[in-house]
Design a protein around this ligand. Structure first.
Ligand code: GLN
Length: 287
C-alpha cells in the first residue's frame, strides 16, 4: 500500500513541469496537509503511514487542476496571510506576501496608538482590514469594495476571526459613501495597478485565474485608482492621519508627485523585500 511519503512525491513529480523545485515541494506538502488534515510535523513523523484509495483519487483531482495552472489557493479555497487562514475564491485576488509587508509596516507604525479608525479601500478578501483589526487597537474598521462576491468572502473571513468590520459595497471611482469627514487615522489601499502591457510578463496562474477587475488598469491611466482615492483621503483623514498604498513598482515617482500636488506634506516611498518601490506612505501635515 502506498504511504504518505509516496503521496507527497507523486504530487511533487506531477507538478514539477509547471512549478520550480522549491515551489513544487512546498505545494506538495500543502496539498498533503490539506488532504490528510495533518500538520507539517505530523506529515513527517507519519510518512510511512498508509494512504487510502479515496485520498489518492482526491489527490489526482487536485493535481489535474494544478496542471491547468489553477492557483493552489483557489484549488484548496484558502490562503495564508499574516497568520490568518483566509477563504479565497476567483472572486478575490490571492493575498500577496508584499501586502503582508504593507500590513506589517502599518502595524509597526501604529501599535502605540489607540482607538484607531481605519478604512481599507479595494479590500478584496478583507486580508488588510482583518489583520489590522486583529493587531491594532481600533475603534472602527471599514472595508470597501466594488464587488459583492468579494465582500461576501471578506465578511466570512472577518466572522471567522471575530473582527467587527463594516463592509461597504461601493465603486470608489464613482465617489465615496457617506463617512464622517476628517475622522480616519489610517486609510490603506492596494487597488488594481498592473498595466495591460505588463500582461505579457505574467504567469498563467495569475493571468488566467485571478480577477482582472482586481489587477488591471489602462496603460494610459495607470494611477486611475490612486487619483480618486487620494482626493477622498484628503477629506476623510484626520489631521494626524496617514495614507498607505501598495503600488506598481514603476509608478512611485508619478504617485509621489500626485500626492504632493494634492496637498500631502510628507510622502515617503518604501521598498519591499525585493528592493522594489512597492509602498507609499503619505501624511497631510509635514513632520
Ligand atoms: N501584486 C499583484 C500582482 O503582481 C498586483 C496587485 C494589484 O494589482 N493590486 O499580481
Amino acid at each position: 500500500m502506498k504511504n504518505i511519503q509516496d503521496l507527497i512525491s507523486h504530487i511533487r513529480t506531477a507538478i514539477s513541469s509547471i512549478y520550480e523545485k522549491p515551489e513544487a515541494d512546498a505545494m506538495a506538502m500543502q496539498v498533503a496537509e490539506h488532504l490528510l488534515q495533518l500538520s507539517r510535523l505530523q506529515l513527517s513523523t507519519e510518512r510511512q503511514s498508509p494512504v487510502n484509495d479515496q485520498t489518492w483519487s482526491d489527490a489526482e483531482k487536485i493535481i489535474s487542476r494544478l496542471q491547468q495552472h489553477e492557483p493552489l489557493q483557489y484549488v484548496l479555497g484558502i490562503s495564508h496571510f499574516y497568520g490568518l487562514e483566509l477563504e479565497v475564491s476567483p472572486a478575490v485576488l490571492i493575498p500577496r506576501p508584499e501586502t503582508e509587508e504593507l500590513v506589517n509596516i502599518i502595524i509597526q507604525e501604529n501599535n502605540a496608538r489607540t482607538e484607531l479608525r481605519v478604512l481599507d479601500i479595494c479590500t478584496g478578501s478583507g486580508c488588510i482590514s482583518i489583520s489590522l483589526s486583529a493587531h491594532l487597537n481600533t475603534e472602527a474598521v471599514y472595508g470597501l469594495d466594488i464587488s459583492e462576491p468579494a465582500l461576501a468572502i471578506a465578511r466570512r473571513n472577518a466572522l471567522k476571526y471575530k473582527q467587527p468590520i463594516s463592509w461597504l459595497h461601493h465603486d470608489i471611482l464613482a465617489g465615496v459613501p457617506d463617512l464622517p469627514l476628517r475622522s480616519f487615522d489610517i486609510i490603506v489601499s492596494n487597488p488594481p495597478y498592473v498595466l495591460q502591457q505588463e500582461k505579457k510578463n505574467m504567469r498563467a496562474n495569475v493571468l488566467h485565474y485571478e480577477p482582472h477587475i482586481a489587477l488591471f488598469v489602462p496603460d494610459e491611466d495607470a494611477l486611475r485608482f490612486y487619483k480618486h482615492i487620494t482626493e477622498h483621503a484628503l477629506n476623510l483623514l484626520s489631521p494626524t492621519g496617514v495614507l498607505y498604498y501598495e503600488i506598481n513598482e514603476n509608478k512611485a515617482a508619478g504617485l509621489a508627485r500626485l500626492l504632493a500636488d494634492a496637498g500631502f506634506g510628507t510622502v515617503k516611498v518604501i521598498p519591499d523585500m525585493f528592493g522594489k518601490d512597492r509602498f507609499v506612505r503619505a501624511a497631510i501635515n509635514s513632520i
